[in-house]
Ligand binder design. Structure first.
Ligand code: SF4
Length: 376
């Protein structure tokens, strides 16, 4: 597919502060307090930095006017706010913006990259973020899987994606921001960094995104779901289901051999949903593979007795050997679910003309010039 690429001046979001200093992005309130105390400053300065960095989204120490001039100067010399660098920016005809972000460190001879997608809507924006560079889970319909796991992202790199997308779309922002952890990587296999990032993103004193507006999507890592169930502050949970039987799921999601459907759905049944909450089951409809009426009837049985909804995502043809299901087939599938009283919706991926499916953009990038070339 021809990419609608726009080279982007990543220097607009360049590093603030020292190039070698301690990166404050991703640090919690407790960590920032310890950091300032280490500088010989009073502990409350940590809370001031936390507020300026996350609540006010200041990316420049000089703009943190709640700090003394001396401390701003010192932070400029000894610390930094290092955001992921925008290597490329792809704007879709539907308004979605996909970013290829270069991280510190490399993937072979090239900078490690991830992708983040900004999707504007009438009354809100949704930002899809990555939690790992590449992924080890090896889902057969996912191009990210072909990269393997490059590395886990840090909490700062996860929070940084939201900051980059909000800053780049600053003039057009709506009051509500939703985040979905559905980009590259399996969030529950980078658990500690993901929860540290969510601690900042969902903190009313931090980035102040409501837990009702945050969704973590997993391929079905049962111990991770059980751990998440015990968290005081947590996002909503989505399960990437994609099959109507173990035999079928084994073929496209090898993780199913470790956590088969019965175990996964039993864990879902025990999951402590909050009064306003429901589970989301994502089901990518792969034409001729998992989109038959019999598949739909099996899905009904699988998710019966669960407070949830099913999002049906027709396969977006790309490099992988699956077909786009016909519109009639998609509608028939949806109707079988809704006739049985289930909530089922057909979702079309945003930004299809700039490669919509999980991991497709990053893979295309690896075949293009290294991101640095965009700024040469
Ligand atoms: S679909 Fe998600 S979990 Fe599966 S390989 Fe791709 S990134 Fe990993």
């Amino acid at each position: 597919m021809e990419l609608a690429c726009a080279c982007y001046d990543g220097r607009k979001m360049a590093l603030q502060g020292s190039t070698t200093g301690v990166n404050l992005l991703g640090k919690s309130a407790v960590e920032l307090r310890a950091y300032v105390e280490g500088l010989g400053e009073p502990a409350y300065r940590g809370a001031q930095i936390y507020h300026a960095l996350y609540a006010e989204r200041r990316r420049d120490f000089q703009a943190m006017t709640n700090l003394s001039a001396e401390l701003r100067e010192r932070l400029g010399q000894e610390a930094a706010i290092r955001l992921p660098r925008v290597a490329r920016r792809h704007e879709s005809s539907d308004g979605a913006v996909r970013y290829v972000l270069a991280l510190e460190g490399t993937m072979g001879a090239k900078p490690a990259t991830i992708e983040t997608v900004f999707m504007p809507e009438d009354d809100r924006q949704t930002i899809c973020i990555s939690t790992q560079a590449g992924c080890a889970v090896d889902c057969r319909f996912c191009l990210t899987a072909t990269l393997g796991l490059v590395r886990n992202l840090t909490a700062g790199e996860i929070v940084g994606q939201v900051m980059v997308a909000l800053a780049d779309n600053g003039a057009a922002l709506k009051p509500q921001t939703n985040i979905v952890l559905m980009g590259q990587g399996e969030p529950l296999l980078n658990y500690d960094a993901v929860m540290a990032a969510l601690g900042i993103l969902l903190d009313p004193a931090g980035m102040a995104i409501s837990p009702k507006h945050a969704t973590l999507s997993t391929s079905g890592i049962v111990p991770g779901i059980e751990r998440l169930a015990c968290e005081k502050v947590r996002p909503k949970l989505a399960i990437s289901l994609n099959a109507s039987s173990d035999e079928q799921r084994d073929r496209i999601m090898p993780i199913n051999r470790k956590y088969p459907l019965e175990k996964l759905l039993e864990t879902c049944r025990k999951y402590p949903l909050r009064p306003w909450e429901h589970l989301t089951f994502e089901y990518v409809l792969l034409g001729g593979f998992n989109d038959s009426p019999d598949d739909a009837r099996r899905v009904v049985k699988l998710v019966a007795n669960l407070r949830g909804k099913v999002n049906l995502i027709p396969w977006n043809p790309g490099e992988l050997p699956y077909e786009k299901p016909s519109a009639e087939r998609v509608e028939e599938f949806r109707k079988i679910l809704t006739d049985k009283g289930m909530r089922a919706f057909v979702r079309i991926s945003r930004g299809q003309d700039v490669m919509a499916a999980c991991g497709q953009l990053a893979l295309a990038e690896s075949a293009l010039a290294p991101p640095d070339a965009a700024h040469a």
